[in-house]
Design a protein around this ligand. Sequence first.
Ligand code: SF4
Length: 101
Amino acid sequence: MQDEAPSATAGDALEVWIDQDLCTGDGICAQYAPEVFELDIDGLAYVKSAEDELLQDQGATTPVPLPLLQDVIDSAKECPGDCIHVRRVSDRVEVYGPDAE
Ligand code: SF4
């Protein structure tokens, strides 16, 4: 496994979602990228819209802002629940997360 081999090329629009069924609520993602992830009062992490609104529908996605890409990738890598999924918007292929190749 190569650390520096991104499976997405620059310019690919990416989005991220969380599988709350597996979230442990430790909050690592919210520490790494508080602009994108937040813990709700139910103790689980959710993605946020660009307007800072918590998105609580199951499988809800939010765009990954390019400046935050590394923080989001690190969150996905370190997520103890393996439940942060980053995928290409164009074909919905997961590029970081448990279902990435
Ligand atoms: S890092 Fe993963 S398990 Fe931890 S709060 Fe975030 S989504 Fe949940």
